[in-house]
Ligand binder design. Structure first.
Ligand SMILES: [Zn+2]
Ligand SMILES: [Zn+2]
Length: 351
């Protein structure tokens, strides 16, 4: 088969590799019909994720058709059309039993981390992929849901929903600020509406992105490069700050911005993947009753999000910015890698 193989920082190629085979009775082999590229793949290509070693097939998002199942797989069948979750769950360990699949202890890749595709084992940017723990890590695509929407369930929608909105405890009437209007920030805005906030404020340095965010559920926008951006945010609250700040960038500046706008007793939900330490002045903030959460997506809300998608209750078609043939994945990487210029959100690759 053909696959997108990582060959060390800055090096990748679409090349011939051996077909994946069933290694464990709980495995399935899935033929990829649709996949996409994540910001995390770009981090890997920069060399930021040393656990990814040369020779690894990248990708952790995809929709496909089961072509083979292991002997222990009884609830799925060859021919089933499925969403591949970016997090694999054995379903049996302590963390899986609590729905914290992100820290699955199963001995596949490395025990203690549920994100293994395109990281610790070969991923989904390929014609076929081996899926461990198939029964607890694959979800059937409901009738009538297009692949290009279903693939948003692999990672981006549960990430914005679980780590941004749910960990942020967004509640009816809340004013929510989402710092960063990239794909994951937009996924948080698109799912915040499920909990009845009174306002969702998109904050970004790019005025165009702030404007676009209104298509994803933002009610207001603030351009972070405006000198009075903070006053603008406070003016959209009762003057005391936002109830929930969702950090969806992952740099010290956006962490500071989240702290700047959150009110006492508010929540900061960090979704951004940070590469550098941030400051937190506990000597000032201890008195403010703030809740701070962090996390890697669990994908435990994927079944619920799939139901909403099937009912047309999640208006997320705006995420689909570009379409490519799977064999043209190198061009897709180029377009996605220049997102500021190309306005790429999700580039969809179809077999
Ligand atoms: Zn991802
Ligand atoms: Zn587990």
């Amino acid at each position: 088969m053909k696959a997108l193989v990582y060959h060390g920082p800055g090096e990748k190629s679409w090349e011939e590799v051996p077909d994946p085979v069933i290694l464990k009775p709980t495995d399935a082999i899935v033929k990829i019909d649709t996949t996409t590229i994540c910001g995390t793949d770009l981090h890997i290509l920069k060399g930021d994720v040393p656990a990814v070693t040369p020779g690894r097939i990248l990708g952790h998002e995809g929709v496909g058709t089961i072509t083979e199942i292991g002997s222990a797989v009884t609830d799925l069948a060859v021919g089933d059309h499925v969403i591949i979750s970016c997090v694999s769950a054995c379903g049996k360990c302590d963390f899986c039993k609590r729905g914290v699949y992100s820290h699955c202890r199963a001995d596949e890749g490395a025990p203690g981390i549920g994100w293994i595709f395109g990281h610790l084992i070969d991923g989904t940017q390929a014609e076929f992929v081996r899926v461990p723990f198939a029964e607890t890590s694959l979800y059937r695509v409901p009738e009538g849901v297009a692949d290009e929407l279903a693939v948003l369930i692999s990672d981006i929608l549960p990430t914005g929903h679980e780590i941004g909105v749910r960990y942020g405890a967004v509640s009816p009437g809340d004013v929510v600020a989402v710092v960063g209007a990239g794909p994951v920030g937009l996924a948080a805005m698109a799912t915040a509406g499920l909990y009845g906030p009174s306002r969702v404020i998109a904050i970004d340095t790019d005025a165009n992105r702030v404007e676009q965010a209104k298509r994803f559920g933002a009610t207001d926008g603030v351009v972070a490069s405006d000198p009075d951006w903070k006053e603008q945010v406070f003016a959209l609250t009762d003057g005391l700050g936002v109830d929930v700040a969702i950090e969806a960038v992952g740099i010290p500046a956006t962490w500071d911005m989240s702290l700047d706008v959150v009110r006492p007793a508010g929540h900061i939900a960090n979704v951004g993947v940070h590469g550098k330490p941030v400051e937190f002045h506990l000597e000032q903030k201890w008195i403010e009753n703030i809740t701070i959460t962090t996390g890697l997506v669990n994908t435990n809300t994927s079944p619920m999000l799939i139901k909403l998608l099937a009912q047309g209750k999640l208006d997320v078609a705006g995420f689909l910015s570009h379409h490519f043939a799977l064999s043209d994945i190198i061009s897709a990487y180029d377009t996605f890698g220049r997102a500021a210029e190309t306005k790429a959100l999700k580039v969809i690759l179809s077999a």
